[in-house]
Structure formats: structure tokens, C-alpha cells
Design a protein around this ligand. Structure first.
Ligand code: ADP
Length: 262
């Protein structure tokens, strides 16, 4: 009787172990595949601007252009270099977050002012496609956080909203306080994301359409920065209708704020 019980358990445990090992093996294969895809897509992302910079540089250097063409070429070189710097910074940020090494310098941040600053930064980009950026905010939505990192969060979300919006549309930025939290919504009426992709969209490296460019790291980085601020980020979307990203951040506690505030 005793040996039968042991045998039974033993078999059961072996089965469990085999299932776990199989699962781990599948995970490793899957994660290697994701990494391979990332490397091939990032190589392409890096090569495109480099090829353009090299081409323009060589032609300008050989004296083959008149002053106006040279000016245009220099503008493209600067733009493509900025794009490369952005890509490299995104990869470095991601790697810092993976290793828990992103430094957060906390201070008082007024989200309304932060969003106004971002609207100025992105105004030309939105204007080019006649997309209106509208802000509806409480007067002093103060959070405790790293101003540069929070700027990166909302810059990425609003940049995505512009990228995936139709021409002649509007993006609403809404900030309000609710239940001891500051809630910021970025709402577009763009192409939206279907249900199947929506659950994966915050995964690292994931892109609905890799041909759109980018690294697929933006939302993964954004989400992790929000979490470092003890907040959370939710995405709601409907295909062909638009996307809303809701970022919830805690209101500062009294002891977090020096003097005059609250
Ligand atoms: P990337 O930096 O490549 O844009 P993100 O992580 O920022 O990567 O976004 C991942 C994917 O999520 C995008 O490639 C796009 O398919 C989808 N996405 C993000 N924001 C929106 C949006 N506002 N509307 C529609 N699709 C979006």
C-alpha cells in the first residue's frame, strides 16, 4: 500500500516536472524568437538613417550640390541623426529599466504645465496633419515625480496618438483628480487597436505593424516609468474608433510636499 502511494505521487510529480520543463523550454524558444525579431527590426531601424546620412554626406562632400540642395541635405542629416540618438536612448533606457538601474530624481511636478510644454514640442508635428491638441486640466495637478521621466511618458503617449490619428482630427488631454489620485487621459480618434493586439501592445518589442518604424519599446518603457512612480497605465481601444491611454498617479502625501502647498 505504501509503495503504491509513493509510486502514485512520484508519477504525478514527474508529470508536473515534465510539464514545467516543457513550459520553460517553450518560453525560452519564444523569448529567443522575440529577441531575434527585435535584433533584425532594430538593425533595420538603425541602418535606414545611417544609409541616408552616408549618402547625403558623400554627395555634399564631393561638391556635387548647389547651396540650396546642400542646405536640404544638411537638414536631413540632422533629422536622421536625431532619430538615431532617439533610438539609441530608447534602447539604453530599456536596458537600464531591465537592470533596475534607472535613476528617478523626485520633485514636485505640475502635470498641467508639463503637458503644455509637450504640446509646444509636438505642435509642428500635429499641425502638419491638421491635428488639434486640446488640454482640459485642473489648475494645479501636482504629483511627486521625475519631471524628465514623466515628460518622456506623456511625450511618447501623445506622439503615438498623433502618429496613429487621422488627418483633420483632435487629441484630448484630460487631467482630473479622483479618489486621491491624479488621472491623465490621452484620447485619440485614430486607427485604434483590435482586441487581439491590445493585450500585447505594452509588451516589449511588440508592434502591430512593424513597417511603421520604431522599436516597440516605447509603451514598455512608459509603463515601467509610470510604475516607478507608483502609478499605473491602462489602454482602451477600438479598431477604427480610437485609443485612450489612462495614466493614474498618486496624489502626494502632505509630508511629501514642502510648505505652501495643499
Ligand atoms: P513604437 O515605439 O514602436 O511605436 P510603442 O511601444 O510605443 O512602440 O507602441 C507599440 C505599438 O502599439 C505601435 O507600434 C502601435 O501599433 C500601437 N499603438 C500605440 N499607441 C497607439 C495609438 N494611440 N493608436 C493606435 N495604435 C497604437
Amino acid at each position: 500500500k505504501f509503495s503504491a502511494r509513493v509510486k502514485g505521487d512520484y508519477r504525478y510529480e514527474l508529470g508536473e516536472l515534465a510539464a514545467t520543463l516543457n513550459y520553460m523550454a517553450e518560453e525560452i524558444i519564444r523569448s529567443n524568437q522575440v529577441k531575434d525579431d527585435f535584433i533584425s527590426s532594430i538593425s533595420h531601424e538603425l541602418r535606414t538613417p545611417l544609409t541616408s546620412i552616408k549618402g547625403w554626406g558623400e554627395t555634399i562632400n564631393s561638391g556635387g550640390y548647389d547651396p540650396e540642395e546642400t542646405r536640404i541635405g544638411m537638414e536631413i542629416i540632422t533629422k536622421e541623426t536625431d532619430r538615431l540618438i532617439g533610438l539609441v536612448e530608447e534602447i539604453l533606457d530599456f536596458s537600464k529599466l531591465q537592470q533596475n538601474e534607472m535613476k528617478i530624481i523626485m520633485g514636485r511636478v505640475n502635470l498641467k504645465e508639463l503637458l503644455q510644454e509637450i504640446m509646444l514640442n509636438l505642435w509642428t508635428k500635429a499641425e502638419k496633419r491638421n491635428i488639434e491638441l486640446r488640454l482640459n486640466s485642473e489648475d494645479r495637478p501636482i504629483v511627486i515625480g521625475d519631471a524628465n521621466r514623466l515628460k518622456q511618458v506623456f511625450l511618447n503617449l501623445i506622439d503615438n496618438a498623433i502618429k496613429f490619428s487621422h488627418e483633420d482630427s483632435a487629441i484630448d488631454l484630460i487631467v482630473h483628480e479622483e479618489n486621491g489620485k491624479i488621472i491623465t487621459q490621452v484620447c485619440d480618434t485614430g486607427i485604434g487597436i483590435d482586441e487581439e493586439h491590445l493585450i500585447r501592445v505594452k509588451d516589449r518589442f511588440f508592434q502591430v505593424n512593424p513597417l511603421n518604424g520604431g522599436t516597440g519599446l516605447g509603451l514598455a518603457i512608459t509603463q515601467q516609468i509610470v510604475e516607478l512612480h507608483h502609478g499605473n497605465m491602462i489602454m482602451q481601444s477600438k479598431l477604427e474608433e480610437g485609443t485612450t491611454v489612462i495614466v493614474t498617479l498618486p496624489l502626494p502625501k502632505k509630508e511629501d510636499i514642502p510648505g505652501e502647498l495643499i
